[in-house]
Design a protein around this ligand. Sequence first.
Ligand code: GLA
Length: 383
Amino acid sequence: MKSKIQNKFKTLFGEGGNLFASAGRINLIGEHTDYNGGYVFPGAIDKGIMAQIKLNGLNKVRAFSLDYNEMVEFGLNEEDKPKQQWACYIFGVCRETIKRGGKVAGFDTVFAGDVPLGAGLSSSAALESCFAFAINELNGNNIDKFELAKIGQSTEHNYCGVMCGIMDQFASCFGKQGCLIRLNCKTLEYKYFPFDPEAAGYKLVLIDSCVKHELASSAYNKRRASCENAAAAIRKYHPEVEFLSDAKRVWLEEVRAEIPEEDFLRAEYVIGEVQRVLDVCDALERGDYETAGEMMYQTHFGMSRLYEVSCEELDFLNKLARKMDVTGSRVMGGGFGGCTINLVKKELYEPFIATAVEKFGEKFGHKPKVIDVVISDGARKVE
Ligand code: GLA
């Protein structure tokens, strides 16, 4: 990937420039908790985005995507928003940097990625973080890493129509090799947890269903609205509830009759999920992977039945994992397609993967993709 990017850059823009990279992410547990002020537990992975970038002395950006084999040129004013979705991520990052008082000089770039698209591994956060980090460096803006993550998040909100939380961009900016990071999305306190399942006899593997359902972003925004509605109802009686994650289960019961049943179920899932993150962290500190795995199954149940963001393909993979005594398995990321994350005993890895690929193929007519997880560094300058 690196030499392809460098060669293309030379052909299009000549010598010079710097290489920057950023990562996609996994999340062990804590799904749809970020925008509810709860905990998440992600880590950056060894798949991401790489970009060669050089300031061009002009007031515009010339960006070439190797994956789309397409060149887009845009100015840096609000009305210059490009038509191509992939370019909107870069444009959004430029605009959000400017809005925060940062300088953005025009630049040329060639970039490529190896995060499978639509798998729920946050290829878009990887793209945002890579450019947020690079623009900050090249313009000497001195914006801190949290604000860089927020630049990516605001790009999703204001230029891509997804009202996401902070998890993906946080993981992509703060990721560290061999570590998961527990983030409190309300206080933004975080803690690195060294994570080495192999040493304990386990492997972490993703099975990508390779399905992506339409309208995922509007369904996502709808989930968020349900949670905010439930939190607002509880707040009437318990004013200390700023986010849904501040609410106790019994407080939710109190307002059950006042909110749509659908919102009640969404909130029930979130309140349980926030606690599960803490329980999983405790379990891992004791080296108790079996308890951590059991929590993953509980998350899957909640995401499938209460939050309703799973789908037939992911439920199938989850059920199969349970049947084969896999330690933990659940749908990962926003849902509506994408992959399951699985914690598997080493000796079960081969038979589980072989069976999952075969049975899934028989049922759905295409093979899922198997992706081994390697926890790696986040946004950085490569050279
Ligand atoms: C997407 C969003 C995140 C988070 C997850 C679900 O990845 O971008 O902010 O809400 O879904 O946990």
